[in-house]
Design a protein around this ligand. Structure first.
Ligand code: CO
Ligand code: ZN
Length: 332
């Protein structure tokens, strides 16, 4: 699974420009699904199985897009000023590298600050693509880029940009392959534009009109020095979301996930996240409402160019979803 993860995290796919990721996912799953389509928002929707014996229509969602930057202005010396796409922080920018969707690579430089320990504001940062004039700059206004880092495999721990949320794309792909028999009609959605407001999942959930919604995404962990106060830690199993900044997970779905983990003998953690949200919020609020929850993969340094996950949590997330989706479901 690590090679699949590497391909996914190293692909360039900021919000609204998920094409390269979509092509990659499509090539990985086209043999294992009943139907594949791309909707107007660019969501890749794979359907697998038919409902039997009281089975449900279930929507699973993992977002393909990643945070990034977009060129707003190119000065006469070829330096590119930019705005952000999704939750990018100035403190993780300086010295970072970016790759534009058009293939151009560059680094983020900054104006001299008043004091050496001062963090640049976005107004003080620019992208240097090695150009020397506006005319020869390969980047134009409106061009979009993602952060650029190769994946590092530390054994149990993996580091890369875009673990949020390609690690969940990998989990859904592996789950799709692992499910041999299910009484449910399963819709695997590889969604777009999550980082700018759950936009892809919103239209996908409307179209699918599911009985149950499950997103797979990363969550923060509280296991680093003086980090966020949170129970979730790397290596202690998938996190079952109870709430985040935008959703109270349906308690029946939380109980279903807990029972599935216990029955399968898998470790799990309960996630209470103060801020942020996932595609599950959009599914939960679709049409007249959908019982929804989220399986989270604990992740350190989320929205930085080096996000870390534990490979065992990733594998156990596949096992949890496979177990949950393979049997009958009664929400109670
Ligand atoms: Co994110
Ligand atoms: Zn995410």
């Amino acid at each position: 699974m690590k090679e699949l993860i590497r391909k996914l995290v190293e692909a360039v796919g900021p919000s609204g420009y998920e094409g390269a990721v979509r092509d990659l996912v499509r090539s990985e799953i086209s043999d294992s699904v009943g139907e594949l389509r791309v909707d107007a928002m660019g969501n890749l929707i794979a359907r697998k199985g038919q409902r039997q014996n009281g089975g449900l229509r279930i929507m699973l969602s993992a977002h393909m897009d990643e945070i990034g930057v977009m060129a707003t202005h190119i000065d006469e010396n070829g330096f590119v000023r930019f705005t952000t796409i999704g939750g990018v922080h100035p403190r993780t920018c300086f010295g970072g590298r970016v790759q534009f969707v058009n293939g151009t690579r560059g680094l983020i430089g900054g104006e001299r600050t008043d004091a050496p320990d001062k963090i640049h504001s976005f107004e003080q940062l620019f992208i240097d693509v090695g150009a020397s004039s506006r005319e020869t700059c390969p980047v134009k206004v409106g061009d979009i880029a993602a952060f650029d880092r190769p994946m590092i495999d530390l054994g149990d721990r993996l580091i890369s940009k875009a673990m949020d949320d390609r690690i969940a794309c990998a989990v859904l792909i592996e789950t799709l392959r692992a499910i041999k028999k299910s009484p449910h009609e399963l819709f695997f959605v590889f969604s777009t534009q999550e980082e700018v407001g759950l936009r892809g999942a919103t239209t996908a959930a409307y179209a699918i009109d599911p009985d149950l919604g499950i997103s797979v995404d990363v969550t923060l962990s509280g296991d680093t020095p003086k980090g966020v106060k949170m129970e979730v830690a790397l290596g202690k199993g998938p996190a079952i979301k109870v709430r985040d900044g935008g959703m109270l997970a349906d308690p029946r779905v939380v109980r279903l996930m807990v029972a599935s983990a216990e029955k399968a003998g898998l470790p799990y953690q309960l996630e209470v996240l103060e801020g942020g949200t996932t595609d599950a919020r959009a599914i939960q609020m679709a049409r007249a409402g959908v019982p929804s929850g989220c399986v989270s993969i604990p992740c350190r340094y989320v929205h930085s160019p080096s996000e870390m996950v534990d490979y065992r949590d990733v594998q156990q997330s596949v096992q949890l979803l496979t177990a949950l989706l393979s049997g009958p479901i009664a929400l109670e």
